[in-house]
Design a binder for this molecule. Structure first.
Ligand code: DX5
Ligand code: ZN
Length: 222
């Protein structure tokens, strides 16, 4: 596969130098910039919100792939559109009106995505597929970087691949959590088209980032 997308998660970047870190992964070959927004309520951790994203926007021209791990994501759609998000992904477990929220995300000029927790079954997307540009499979429980990939999520990736293929719509199938050069090939073989990686990319100093990204792309012709 030559068209695998790599979306490094800045959760593992040096937060005191976020602008430089984003420019570094952009130059190192990232396809998108994965931005993990956490509210300390939906997930047990806090990161940052739209005002910081807006300040980061000029540091890369690559798409900002924004993953909202927050309650009531609909309340923040316009803030993230204004901040320059390109893809806005919500958790349906955090929003009783996910269908409406996805439509509102598209109406605000962004690509809508849905993220499924490890315990959330693939069929949660069944009545959302027509609204979606991205499905994010959480292969760890959300909240922290550096956790281990949960192997049974491979089966969910396969199920989602079949659902997407049956619809014949161009939907990115992204996997987030514990992605490494060792397991990337099996994740892609299961049908993913985009890999999020935090600790595997922000390893060593910025001069290593290009090699780290290349390592995720390697061995993917299956
Ligand atoms: C977890 C986040 C992930 C995380 C991935 O809640 O959504 O994006 O940063 O980090 P690694 O690649 O270290 O598992
Ligand atoms: Zn994420």
């Amino acid at each position: 596969m030559t068209d695998t997308l790599i979306s490094p998660s800045i959760l593992s970047a040096d937060f005191a130098r976020l602008g430089e870190e984003i420019a570094a992964i952009d130059a190192a070959g990232a396809d998108m910039i994965h931005v993990d927004v956490m509210d300390g309520h939906y997930v047990p951790n806090l990161t940052f919100g739209a005002p910081i994203l807006k300040k980061l926007r000029p540091h890369s021209k690559k798409p900002f792939d924004v993953h909202l791990m927050i309650s009531n994501p609909a309340d923040y759609i316009h803030a993230f559109a204004d901040a320059g998000a390109d893809i806005l992904t919500i958790h349906p477990e955090a929003d009783p009106h996910a269908h409406r929220t996805l439509q509102a995300i598209r109406a605000a000029g962004m690509k809508p995505g849905i993220a499924l927790n490890p315990s959330t079954p693939a069929h949660w997307v069944d009545f959302l597929l027509d609204e979606l540009d991205l499905i994010l499979v959480m292969s760890v429980n959300p909240g922290f970087g550096g956790q281990s990939f949960i192997p049974n999520q491979l089966e969910k990736i396969r199920q989602l691949r079949a659902k997407i293929d049956a619809k014949d719509r161009n939907i990115i199938l992204e996997v987030d959590g514990g992605v490494t050069p060792e397991n990337a090939a099996s994740i892609l073989k299961a049908g993913a088209t985009s890999l999020v990686a935090g600790s595997a990319v922000f390893k060593g100093d910025p001069s290593s980032y290009a090699d780290n990204i290349r390592a995720l792309r390697k061995n993917h012709t299956i």
